[in-house]
Ligand binder design. Structure first.
Ligand code: NAD
Length: 420
């Protein structure tokens, strides 16, 4: 499975379709049509063998009308400025739909982390953070984990950032990144938050349709943070994971694959290939497996004009950002497959990141029950806002989600006005 180009074109097409439909204020449209700031840094890092490698890193800040820029950092060979631009833009819509006082940003470094030692990854992360300098800041722009980044990487960012500011400000600046290890001010429940939010959406969708999750079958693409947590949290509902794919291949088992057992295998081996609980299948077979729903939780542009015709499911719940391109959307609509979009489904991550940020600012530690209860409320009200817009405008879930986001941003710009 390759991540194809043109991902920013998808965001622009989605934005234009919704803006036309809801008659977005033309001035606000001009502002939201492009990111506010784009930073590219090329920085040298010493490798274990003494060689120097130069890496390209990016941070795109799309919009901060609602609050500080917020969004993950990705380490992947496909990271390019237009991909980061797209991901930053989706973050603006996501925070607006989730109704949290934050804007949208995204960043990353173009590299394949599997080719580097832990010590090299630490130096890359620290040098990247140093190169970003005051581009990030606890009340200005707050990174978080994304593809191939994790709490350890957030800890290195935190330590590097704190080392560059005056000692008197350090204790009050831990909220410069979220998704940190718990001991460093991370929030309980952040690790599973994106999967948990998606499962809350799924539960609600199932309830609205009198659809029984017990015995329901599903496919997951990507078995990292989002994919594995989604599957593990669906297990108590009795839903059956019958096929799963990651960067190493795909496996199927019509009797069901145990999500916890698979997670333990992937944690030990770094891939699902070789797992004994399923039979290896190819990409096309994976996509055409008949199931009740599909959770793409890997990379963007996976459901396209070529692949969408293969899908044999009732609904798609987008865990990944941008897994469906505009052609893919049209094919799914024609096939009657409902698509619950990324900017609604995967917002649990940024919502709990916001909770972590708040806890750090207030020097508090919340219990898991409090985090989950607050996440549930936010996911549910976001779902209901999008559902209402879909009903009012007679549109699909994605367009409705855009309408909710754009309405909120339009209102804020109307009230604030434009300086000077
Ligand atoms: P991750 O690095 O933990 O996992 C990524 C998974 O995708 C891995 O299983 C990997 O093997 C798989 N993958 C990579 N390339 C693949 C390929 N070519 N074919 C099939 N599978 C492939 O990343 P993650 O944090 O789980 O993020 C996954 C998606 O969810 C991304 O689109 C990310 O932007 C989005 N997302 C993540 C969060 C979060 O909180 N981590 C929040 C919102 C959205």
């Amino acid at each position: 499975m390759d991540s194809k180009g043109g991902v920013y074109e998808n965001v622009v097409a989605q934005f234009n379709a919704a803006a036309d439909l809801m008659r977005l204020d033309p001035d606000v449209r001009k502002i939201l049509a492009r990111p506010m700031n784009e930073v590219t840094v090329n920085f040298p890092v010493k490798m274990d063998d003494g060689r120097i490698e130069v890496f390209s890193g990016y941070r795109v800040q799309h919009n901060n009308a609602l609050g500080p820029f917020k969004g993950g950092l990705r380490y992947h060979p496909t990271v390019r400025i237009d991909e980061v631009r797209a991901l930053a833009t989706w973050m603006t819509w996501k925070t607006a739909i989730a109704d949290i006082p934050m804007g949208g940003a995204k960043g990353g470094v173009q590299l394949d982390p599997s080719g580097y030692s832990q010590a090299e990854l630490e130096r890359i992360t620290r040098r990247f953070t140093f190169a970003l300098g005051s581009t990030i800041g606890p009340d200005y722009d707050i990174p978080a984990p994304d593809v191939n980044t994790n709490p350890q990487i957030m800890a290195w960012i935190l330590d590097t950032y704190l080392s560059t500011i005056p000692p008197q400000q350090r204790a009050a600046s831990f909220h410069v990144v979220t998704g940190k290890p718990i001991e460093l001010g991370g929030s309980v429940g952040r690790d599973k938050a994106t999967g948990q939010g998606l499962v809350y959406v799924l539960e609600r969708w199932a309830r609205d349709r009198n659809f029984d999750l017990a015995g329901a079958t599903y496919l997951v693409q990507g078995y990292g943070n989002v994919g594995s947590w989604t599957a593990r949290l669906l297990k108590p509902h009795g839903a059956k994971l019958i096929a799963v794919e990651d960067h190493s291949g795909a496996i199927a088992n019509p009797d069901g694959i145990d999500p916890d057992d698979l997670q333990a295998y992937v944690a030990a081996h770094g891939r699902l290939a070789g797992y004994a609980g399923g039979t290896a299948i190819d990409h096309a077979t994976f996509l055409s497996t008949k199931a009740d729903f599909f959770v793409p939780a890997a990379l963007e542009n996976q459901i396209t004009a070529e692949t969408a015709p293969l899908l044999n499911v009732r609904a798609v719940f987008e865990g990944a950002n941008g897994p469906t391109d505009t052609d893919g959307d049209q094919v799914l609509a024609a096939k009657g497959i409902e698509v619950l979009p990324d900017i609604l489904c995967n917002s649990g991550g940024v919502i709990v990141s916001y909770f972590e940020w708040l806890q750090n600012k207030r020097s508090e530690f919340w219990e898991l029950e409090e985090v989950d209860t607050k996440l549930f409320k936010r996911m549910t009200s976001a779902y209901e806002r999008v559902q209402a817009a879909a009903h009012d405008y007679g549109v699909d879930w994605r367009t409705a989600a855009y309408i909710v986001a754009l309405r909120r941003l339009e209102k804020v710009y109307r009230e604030r006005g434009i300086f000077p």
